[in-house]
Design a protein around this ligand. Structure first.
Ligand code: ATP
Length: 235
C-alpha cells in the first residue's frame, strides 16, 4: 500500500536542542499508526513537524504532494491535530468549540456536522451550552476529537489521548477511534505513551528513542518483540 502520509529524514530543533534526528515513517491510507516512546523521545515534535507548528527539515508528503506551510495550510490539506493537553477552549461552550473546529471549511450551516459528530459522542447535545472547562477530563478529550472531526479531516493526528485519564475512559476513547477508522475509513496517526492500548488499536507502530526511530513494524510483531515488551509493555 502506498503511504498517505510520509516523513523522510525529518529533523527538528528547539534552539540548541535537536529533538528529531531524521525521522522516517509512513502512514498508509485507512490505517491507524502509532508512535510510541518514552518522555522526551520526540513524539510530540513529530506531530508538530507535520502540522507545521515547528520548523523542520527533511521531506513530508501527504496524499502524494509535499506538505508545506503553517498550521492553516496543513489543516486545509485535510489534517486535523488534537494536541497534547487537548487544546479545548475552556471558557467557550461545547458548541462554540465544535464550531471552531470547522473554521477552515468556511461553512456556515454547521448543524448537520454537529449532529454527525454527536453520533460518536452522544452526550454532546445535552452539554451543548456548557463551558468546556466544566467537562470531565475524558469528556474534554472526546470534545477535542469531536472538534477535530468538524474539519472533516482525511488524517487525524492525536497526541497522547490517554494523558491523565482513567483506564476505562482511555479504552472508550480508543474504541471510538477504532470505529471511526473502521466505519468512516479515517486514517489516524496517534502518539501514545500507553503502548499497550496503542498497539491494540494500531496496525503498525514506530518506537522513538531520543529523536530516532528505534524499531518499527506491524503491531503484532512489536508486541512479540522482546525489547519492546520489556521497555514499553512491562512484561
Ligand atoms: P512527552 O511524552 O514528554 O511529550 P515526547 O516524546 O512527545 O515526550 P517531545 O515533546 O517531542 O517528546 O520532546 C523532544 C525533545 O525536545 C525533548 O528533549 C524535549 O525536552 C525537547 N523540547 C520539546 N519542546 C521543547 C521546547 N518548546 N523548547 C525546548 N525544548 C523542547
Amino acid at each position: 500500500m502506498t503511504a498517505f502520509l510520509e516523513l523522510e529524514g525529518v529533523e527538528a530543533r528547539y534552539g540548541p536542542v535537536q529533538a528529531l534526528h531524521g525521522i522516517s515513517l509512513q502512514v498508509p491510507e485507512g490505517e491507524i499508526v502509532a508512535v510510541l516512546g518514552a518522555n522526551g523521545a520526540g513524539k510530540t515534535t513529530t506531530l508538530r513537524a507535520v502540522s507545521g507548528t515547528v520548523r523542520h527539515s527533511g521531506r513530508i508528503t501527504f496524499a502524494g504532494k509535499p506538505l508545506r506551510g503553517g498550521p492553516e495550510a496543513v489543516a486545509r490539506a485535510g489534517i486535523a491535530h488534537v494536541p497534547e493537553g487537548r487544546g479545548t477552549f475552556t471558557e467557550l461552550t461545547v458548541t462554540e468549540n465544535l464550531r471552531l473546529g470547522a473554521y477552515v471549511r468556511r461553512e456556515r450551516n454547521l448543524g448537520p456536522d454537529i449532529e454527525r459528530v454527536s453520533q460518536w459522542f452522544p452526550w454532546i447535545p445535552d452539554r451543548a451550552d456548557q463551558a468546556a472547562g466544566t467537562l470531565s477530563g475524558g469528556e474534554q478529550q472526546m470534545l477535542a476529537v469531536a472538534r477535530a472531526l468538524m474539519a472533516r479531516p482525511r488524517l487525524l493526528m492525536l497526541d497522547e489521548p490517554s494523558l491523565g485519564l482513567a483506564p476505562m475512559v482511555v479504552r472508550e476513547i480508543f474504541r471510538i477511534v477504532r470505529e471511526l477508522n473502521q466505519q468512516e475509513g479515517l486514517t489516524v496517526l496517534v502518539v501514545e505513551q500507553d503502548a499497550r492500548i496503542a498497539l491494540q488499536s494500531a496496525s503498525s507502530a514506530y518506537v522513538l528513542e531520543v529523536g530516532r526511530v528505534a524499531v518499527s513494524g506491524p503491531s503484532l510483531e512489536l508486541t512479540e518483540n522482546e525489547s519492546v515488551r520489556r521497555s514499553y509493555l512491562g512484561y
